[in-house]
Design a protein around this ligand. Sequence first.
Ligand SMILES: Cc1cc2nc3c(=O)[nH]c(=O)nc-3n(C[C@H](O)[C@H](O)[C@H](O)COP(=O)(O)O)c2cc1C
Length: 400
Amino acid sequence: MSVLEGKHILLGVTGSIAAYKAADIASKLTQAGAEVDVVLTEHARRFITEVTFRAITRRPVLTDLFDEPEERQIAHIHLAKRADVLLIAPATANVLAKLAVGIADDLLTTLALATQAKMVIAPAMNTAMWQHPATQHNVKVLEGRGATFVYPAEGMLACGDVGAGKLADTSTILATVEAVLNPPLRGVRLLVTAGPTEEPIDAVRHISNPSSGKMGYAIAEEAARQGARVTLVTGPTLLEPPAGVRVIRVRTAQEMLNACLQVYDEVDVVIATAAVSDYRPAEVWQGKRKKGEEEWTIRLVPNPDILHTLGERKGKHVLVGFAAETQELLHNAQAKLREKNLDMIVANDVSQEGSGFRSDTNRVTFLWADGRQESLPLMTKREVAHRLLDAVRELVLPSG
Ligand SMILES: Cc1cc2nc3c(=O)[nH]c(=O)nc-3n(C[C@H](O)[C@H](O)[C@H](O)COP(=O)(O)O)c2cc1C
């Protein structure tokens, strides 16, 4: 039985050239057993009519905020309350902007404010509109509030341009709605480490590295979205912690190890992305050391190896590490996988363009303890997070 069976889906359709594809979405949802209430914006009606959706869903189609099909109920509040998911497909740049600031000037946007249902948004628009900083900002705002986006695909657009902006496939949109209704990582308890560590030299100086924390934060955010209970142990970063994630802030490698050990028994999976300082100054100077003419030698001692420590007490944990290397990437990653008793490692050549520390993209290879390996093309850290969590799901729930 489909997870969609008996669910109430509000399908908002907005004024995009892709509005006709919403008929297929409504049809597939209905066939899967969902009760689909379609809401068209005024501009959507210029592209497709109510008649199509009424025939497909066998239900009234709503367009006007002031329509009251049932006299005793205020339509938008009633619909908002009973919805399990509000799916907006296709979503225009205009509706994204309205949702981001909370404008409620028609039935769809009023419903979006009134409902507590999970929101799934599938944008479709011209590439320049999609890439516009205003649109990208609105997407981030809505994601920050918990909306799930089905990102537009690349391809030939109706306007003749080629690029990102094409409405995602019906099957991808349906799979996302299903995942929102039945989160794939529900019940999984996950610890993610992220960011750099800082090892103090004196009161104002430290040893660190350029890790931004982006990879770990993307994993934590995506895992929480997929229903996992996520604890993020993070070194100092400038990033906003993802919604719905428990955050433990640390500074040094020793603090990070302590935090990990503290929660280790409460988690099933550890994904260690943090760039932990391998060494720390043997002595920390009290106060700020004054500038002088003489040389200053700082003696470094090794830090505890967090993943190695966790690997020694592996038990039933699934352990995933990251190997940031500049040479002999796969060889070194394989060695690390074995030495630290990991189930999987993500090898990441940080010397490659578009890969590594501060970038938004990454080119990685997954290596498993059973010898399998898979090289992924250059992709955003969010996409890497997605792929990694698919792999983690197989490790945690092999039959699922
Ligand atoms: C032929 C045509 C195609 C359009 N396609 C899109 C589109 O794919 N995506 C988009 O964001 N806006 C598109 N627009 C612009 C929107 O229709 C316009 O911004 C409108 O105000 C959206 O209203 P709504 O969001 O309330 O439906 C298109 C306009 C026209 C005339």
